[in-house]
Design a protein around this ligand. Structure first.
Ligand code: MN
Length: 250
């Protein structure tokens, strides 16, 4: 069993190694991760310049640090680094939630999505708290889901997005399978001047407003449940096909 572990927080992130250690008993774990933090890199892949990588050692493991994005790491690992490609890709454990629209920006989710595009079962795992250093619950659910995925497989073009709520491990209420919810970011750009008088803008970091709709990822983690959302690669708005056809094709 060959397992690829990657992330978007960078190769030295604690959550990455917690995930790698947890999955080690299930098979041969290979770590290929971005050399620098790539949070919010989404699904970018590098085309205009070569991908350079560096081998390193940590906890008796050889890892590969790639000067690229999370999706680059997964593609490179599948095509070149892991002979025959991995049987499973696990991305995380991310510092911070990947709920609702976060999934569109997330490099953590994109890494798992690239695996799904390549036909390899994958899951993305995130801690809702961006400051928590407790990766135990995330590691435990990753192991459980990895075992189930290896046993049952996943439906075609489907990956799993997992979020662990911001509460002590003994306060967790269980696991819920959810649909994608909504979180509304109202952050705006802060305007400042640099020491040489040049104007710059920096995106603010206000907390998003989560819409607490039952059945969603957002609601599950608010209620203290680990959220598992199956994500599909098909982005078609199926319910809009007839409406749009009504005025485009007439
Ligand atoms: Mn991240």
């Amino acid at each position: 069993m060959k397992i690829l572990v990657t992330n978007d927080d960078g190769v030295h992130a604690e959550g990455l190694w917690a995930l790698a250690r947890a999955l080690r008993p299930l098979g041969e774990v290979t770590v290929v991760a971005p050399a620098q933090e790539q949070s919010a890199a989404s699904h970018a892949i590098t085309m205009a310049h070569p991908l350079r990588l560096r081998q390193g050692q940590q906890e008796g493991w050889t890892y590969w640090a790639v000067q690229g994005t999370p999706a680059d790491c997964v593609l490179l690992a599948i095509k070149r680094i892991i002979p025959g490609g991995p049987d499973l890709v696990a991305s995380g454990i991310n510092r911070g939630a990947n709920l609702g629209e976060d999934m569109i920006y997330s490099g953590t989710v994109a890494a798992a999505r690239e695996a799904a595009i390549q036909g390899i079962p994958a899951l993305a795992i995130s801690n809702v708290s961006s400051t928590s250093t407790d990766f135990g619950p995330g590691a435990a659910i990753a192991v459980r889901l990895a075992q189930q995925i290896l046993q049952h497989g996943l439906p075609p073009q489907t990956l799993l997005n997992v979020n662990v709520p911001d509460c002590p491990a003994d306060a967790l209420r269980g696991v819920r399978v959810t649909r994608q919810g909504r979180r509304v970011y109202r952050s705006t750009y802060v305007e400042r001047r640099d020491p040489r008088g040049g104007l710059y803008y920096w995106l603010g970091a206000e907390r998003p407003e989560d819409e607490n709709v039952p059945g969603t990822d957002v609601a599950a983690v608010q209620a203290g449940y680990i959220s598992v959302t199956p994500i599909h690669l098909d982005m078609t708005a199926h319910e809009a096909l007839d409406t749009v056809a009504g005025w485009v094709e007439s």
